[in-house]
Design a protein. Structure first.
Length: 701
């Protein structure tokens, strides 16, 4: 370990790819943390741990900047000439239109700059850091690379931190990645340097929140060097391009200049040739030119756009900038997120594996209604038969384990009829829903909990011991299939307990692989009757294997129709998500965004493409997975450089730069962060892809 008197070192590259010992050495810090003098030196080198704003433009300059378009200058000249010739009503009307348009543009520009301010609110105000061997609370702005910090459930992560120790530590990273499920962290795992942001389980990033457990870590990035700071830099760097309407109005302005100058020149020459007085001829010529100026055009355009805006609001699309109404009608590509937009954001069990038999479950989302279907043996067309799950005892046992080894609850929405919501982990909620479809009640409190061994990233499983009524205690287990299977000695087959042979283990793992290949998230389930309440740890062995469940976040029904409408209207829907490639491609194929022969482009593959190669690949790539903020920006730019008008959806903070840079940036109204909404042109009030398509229809109307 490096001495605490070692010279100050800059922050390390790719800390997620280094062991904690290497990070400590690289940052020249010991286990007792930095001294006060070291911290003072490093804050001079790295600056305070805050997100910096670009130098602001004075408001008076912003207001004057609204008068730079040629059409506006033509109207101002027209107003002056109208005043000279005594047409004061025209002068007042034209100037009122000019000022109104300037005010609209000014306030829109003011609002756009609020994205950085919203980003700063994600920073933690204080942090617990070890200085000189003592844990003290300091302002988070004083953190420096090398600081040893302590993080507990509920804390905002104060900087980018390489975790050193973790105890059942989970982080809610939705603000940064858009994924709603907390990520379990593991300090001991080392990843490759090119691992996607969402996969780095040994890191915690500024702007995210500790959901469970506690951890210690070493600060590796502060301020604008953090992931959040990088996003702030992208927001400051990228300015939206003019909309198609603004470009056409600018072109109209240039045409009007030549038309007006032509009228003045022709009339002036003719009248002077006929012997007219110079001043009188000049005024007549200019007056005729002014009469040709459509001074009512800006007002007509503004009113038309405002009416379109009102229609879009009624269809769950809140437009934040008036020119975006027209741009929506010009959209040729919609780059959309997957979770919650194309899908329901409600995990749903689709397949059950019991005794070499796959059972399919109908119904989607958290509504506890559906049937169980069995594939007919020997069938060539994969036809199924609806079954009563109560007729298959082993299936009922599998479903029961799912409800008992569970900490979630299913509740009816008090505001909406036939709408259900899960309180707790979405995966566990899906297990309750599938059991209710078989009329198996959830854990209703009649069971006495003897002990619980919670899930953690090392064990990859969870166990609960229950005593129900006067029955003997039972241990219920769920977790990663390979882990659960390794703890099993026997299996449940046709109501009897049989030995789990190597052939049977191979068959079960083959079924697991087949389900995973269909983009299902697979869990294994087991149980044990003889429970040792004195030595809890020994219970997770010699288990009885019960089966597998495969689940997925299913597509929205209305998304299928919306995708079809897009394609009919000549609009390319593109899925761009942080999720796993297999899951993304499976959902895209189900929605017909991708054809069976299409493949997915990953973020790491995008990194290997230069801009020319990217322009060639974007028309052929319907799905992008495991992407970062820069990847979304590159995909958006690739489409725009081909002459397309691209819309980009987003919800997490990492989406904000791409949302801001797109021709139409679309934020999620329900799950979207405040930062992304401030950077957007449009907010979806129901987070539904169908509402985007409806808004495009209104824009074209």
């Amino acid at each position: 370990m490096a001495s605490s008197n070692a010279p100050v070192s800059p922050s390390v590259e790719a800390p997620h790819a280094l062991t904690t010992a290497t990070v400590f050495t690289a940052l020249a810090v010991g286990k007792t943390g930095l001294t006060t003098d070291q911290a003072r030196q490093r804050i001079q080198q790295h600056g305070p741990n805050v997100l910096q704003e670009a130098p602001g433009i004075p408001r008076w300059r912003k207001f004057l900047g609204q008068f730079k378009e040629l059409v506006i200058w033509i109207l101002i000249v027209a107003a002056v000439v109208a005043g000279i010739v005594g047409e004061w009503p025209d002068t007042i009307a034209i100037l009122a239109i000019v000022v109104l348009n300037a005010l609209i543009g000014f306030f829109q520009e003011e609002r756009a700059e609020q994205a950085i301010a919203a980003l700063q609110k994600l920073s933690a105000p204080t942090a617990k850091a070890m200085r000189g061997g003592h844990v003290i609370q300091i302002p988070a702005r004083e953190l420096v690379p090398g600081d040893h910090v302590v993080i507990e459930a509920g804390d905002n992560i104060p900087a980018d931190v390489r975790l050193v120790t973790t105890f059942r530590f989970g982080v809610q990273e939705a603000a940064l990645t858009g994924e709603s499920v907390p990520v379990n962290k593991d300090a001991d795992t080392v990843f490759t340097a090119d691992a996607p942001l969402g996969d780095r389980q040994n890191m915690a990033y500024m702007g995210t929140v500790a959901a469970t457990g506690k951890a210690t870590g070493i600060v590796v990035r502060t301020g604008m060097e953090t992931q959040l700071g990088h996003i702030a830099g992208l927001l400051q760097r990228y300015q939206p391009d003019p909309t198609p309407l603004q470009r056409r109005l600018a072109e109209l302005g240039r045409v009007l200049v030549f038309v007006c100058l032509g009228i003045v020149a022709v009339i002036f020459a003719l009248e002077m040739f006929r012997g007219g007085e110079f001043l009188e001829v000049l005024l007549v010529s200019i007056s005729l030119a002014v009469a040709a100026v459509p001074e009512g055009l800006p007002a007509v355009v503004t009113i038309a756009l405002a009416l379109g805006l009102q229609r879009m609001v009624r269809r769950n699309a809140l437009i934040r900038t008036l020119p975006s109404v027209e741009t929506l009608g010009s959209v040729t590509v919609i780059c959309t997120d997957k979770t919650g937009t194309l899908t329901r954001n409600e995990m749903t069990v689709r397949e059950l594996y019991v005794n070499d038999q796959i059972y399919h479950v109908t119904g989607a989302g958290y509504t506890p209604a559906g049937t169980f279907e069995q594939t007919d043996s020997g069938s060539t067309d994969k036809s199924t038969t609806t079954i009563d799950p109560h007729s298959v005892p082993d299936l009922m046992q599998l479903l029961t384990i799912g409800t008992r080894c569970n900490g979630a609850q299913l509740a009816a929405d008090s505001d909406q009829e036939n709408v259900w919501q899960v309180i707790g982990d979405p995966t566990e909620g899906a297990l309750i829903v599938v059991a209710l479809k078989a009329h198996i009640p959830a854990n209703d409190g009649d069971q006495h909990v003897l002990f619980e061994i919670p899930f953690d990233s090392d064990r990859k499983m969870m166990s609960v011991a229950l005593r129900e009524d006067d029955q003997e205690p039972t241990l219920y287990v769920k977790g990663a299939p390979e882990v659960v299977l390794s703890r099993c000695m026997t299996e449940l087959r046709d109501g009897a307990i049989g030995k789990l042979t190597e052939e049977r283990r191979a068959a079960i793992m083959q079924a697991n692989s087949a389900m995973a290949a269909r983009a299902l998230r697979v869990l294994g389930f087991a149980y044990r009757r003889d429970v040792n309440t004195h030595d809890v740890a020994v219970n997770e062995s010699e288990l009885i294997f019960a089966g597998l469940m495969g689940m997925i976040d299913p597509p929205r029904d209305e998304a299928r129709v919306a995708v079809r409408k897009c394609q009919t209207a000549g609009i390319r829907p593109i899925m761009i998500t942080g999720d796993h490639p297999e899951t993304a491609l499976a959902i895209a194929r189900e929605l017909h965004i991708a054809a069976p022969e299409d493949t997915v482009v990953s973020g790491s593959e995008l990194d290997r493409l230069d801009d020319d190669q990217l322009r060639e690949i974007v028309p052929r790539a319907p799905v992008y997975a495991r992407v970062s903020a820069e990847h979304k920006l590159r995909v958006d730019r690739g489409w725009k450089e081909r002459g397309d008008v691209a819309a980009m959806t987003g919800d997490g903070v990492n989406d904000a730069p791409a949302v801001k840079a797109a021709d139409i940036g679309i934020a999620m109204g329900i799950t979207g962060t405040h930062v992304t909404k401030e950077a957007s042109d449009m907010v979806l009030m129901d987070d539904n892809f169908e509402s985007i398509v409806n808004a495009v229809e209104e824009g074209r109307g």
